[in-house]
Design a protein around this ligand. Structure first.
Ligand code: LLP
Length: 422
């Protein structure tokens, strides 16, 4: 976390201290490092520089327009899963021919819109979706470039809620049905087969799972070519893990191992390579800044009650995710520690951000940061308990910008409409 670290004993994002930021923006808020985004994107792109590769950043991890603009300027394409994300990508200047459309339930409205835009490819997840895309394409007199997302039935070795490549998961077309579905696709009007696709899950550090899944796809490509179905691109999806603890995963080594597996296959394939990384680009480029409201010791433990909650960062309670928590002021080297649960104001026992953490003594009013909050943080937040979505701030060297303000309570209330008969 070169761009987010202590400097002169205060947590800094690039050139600005988090204490200074917190004096200008009310907590809680997300804060991102522009250069961390650039660095991660470049690392990923460099790993595949020897190949014709298109890196389609998965918008679902963090789709703020400012973040998308940073990545668009780096040359990124986009992986989108809704019309909203497609519009976001286009609005940020990502050209349609660099956009792939994934997701199990594209509606005919979304399909027609994406066809009009001229996207690079639809990643198709079922036979019924294939039929629907064909029908819509004929209606709007366009040709849909498609790939089939293959479910390779491989265990990615990750949390059950973010594992997508097993036969029991809702995603993709079972690999055993791939050839017959491709043959159906080849017979349908309005469809042009261009590629093959996979995405087996997220936060994957088991490289063998990628290896085994890719082997299945490579095998299919050979069989398809024998049937005169020419696969011009292979989409490996996203899924590469990041380090949430600073020690568990060495991201650079993992990326190198991943690239080595892909290069081994890619040299003989004569295909464009497509990637849909999300977490790898965004995860460690962001933090959540929060303030301690109360310290509450009880018989068994101490609670640090902070102003951020599960509605702001759902990952700990939904995926048992572990985010490193740090004080904004660096603790003295031998400071005494206590074990605490860091919990929020929401009225749910599941409202916690971190459990059983050894922390230096912290008082009410102190600032904390949760690391690795750049991916699946703000995008997955809600207004539960009528808590406004929190602000997002971007730091780029010594410049800062409020890239999304927090709505006021009144703006939230005004979204409701009371019928005149009440
Ligand atoms: N492509 C597709 C089709 C996906 O479904 C996903 C993520 C990605 C790419 C990006 O995967 P990544 O590189 O970020 O691993 N909310 C969960 C993660 C959900 C993953 C959903 N799909 C979390 O906070 O861990």
């Amino acid at each position: 976390m070169q761009h987010i670290r202590y400097q002169n004993s205060v947590m800094q994002v690039e050139g600005i201290s988090v204490s200074d930021l917190a004096s200008r923006y009310p907590t809680p808020f997300y804060c991102y490092s522009a250069n961390a985004f650039r660095q991660q994107y470049r690392r990923f792109a460099d790993a595949f520089a020897d190949f014709p590769a298109l890196i389609c950043y998965a918008l679902k991890v963090n789709s703020n327009q400012a973040i998308l603009k940073i990545l668009a300027d780096e040359g990124a394409g986009a992986d989108v899963v809704s019309q909203g994300e497609l519009l976001r990508a286009l609005a940020a200047g990502i050209s349609a021919d660099k956009i792939v459309f994934s997701g199990v339930a594209k509606t005919s409205t979304e399909i027609a819109f994406a066809l009009e835009c001229g996207i690079h490819c639809f990643n198709i997840e079922s036979e019924s979706e294939l039929q629907q895309i064909s029908q819509v394409a004929v209606q709007v007199q366009r040709t849909a470039s498609i790939s089939l997302r293959i479910n390779p039935d491989i265990d990615a070795g990750t949390h059950a809620k973010i594992s997508t490549g097993k036969s029991e998961n809702k995603f993709g077309i079972p690999w055993k049905l791939a050839l017959q579905t491709y043959q159906l696709a080849a017979s349908l009007p309005g469809i042009k087969i261009t590629g093959i696709d996979m995405h087996i899950g997220s936060q994957i550090s088991k490289i063998s799972a990628f290896d085994q899944s890719i082997a299945r796809l490579v095998d299919l490509i050979a069989q398809l070519r024998e049937l005169d179905i020419n696969i011009q691109h292979i989409d490996f999806g996203g899924g590469l893990a990041i380090s949430y603890t600073d020690q568990d995963i060495d991201e650079q080594t993992l990326l190198a191992e991943y690239a080595a597996v892909i290069s081994r296959y890619a040299s003989a394939l004569n295909c464009q390579l497509i990637f849909e990384p999300g977490r790898f680009i965004a995860g460690n480029a962001g933090i959540l800044v929060t303030k301690v409201i109360y310290v509450k010791p009880v018989e068994q433990k101490t609670f640090l009650i902070v102003d951020a909650a599960m509605n702001d960062l759902i990952r700990p309670t939904l995926y048992d995710a572990w985010h490193q928590v740090a004080t904004v002021i660096e603790p003295a080297e031998y400071a005494a520690t206590t074990t605490v649960d860091i919990v929020g104001p929401v009225c749910e026992t599941g409202d916690y951000l971190a459990l059983d953490r050894s922390m230096p003594k912290v008082a009410a009013g102190e600032l904390l940061v949760l690391h690795s909050a750049g991916a699946y943080g703000a995008v997955a937040s809600s207004t539960y308990n009528s808590r406004p979505l929190i602000a997002e701030v971007l730091v780029d060297a010594d410049r800062e910008h409020l890239i999304r303000p927090s709505p006021t309570h009144q703006q939230i209330i005004d979204l409701d409409s009371v019928p005149d008969w009440l």
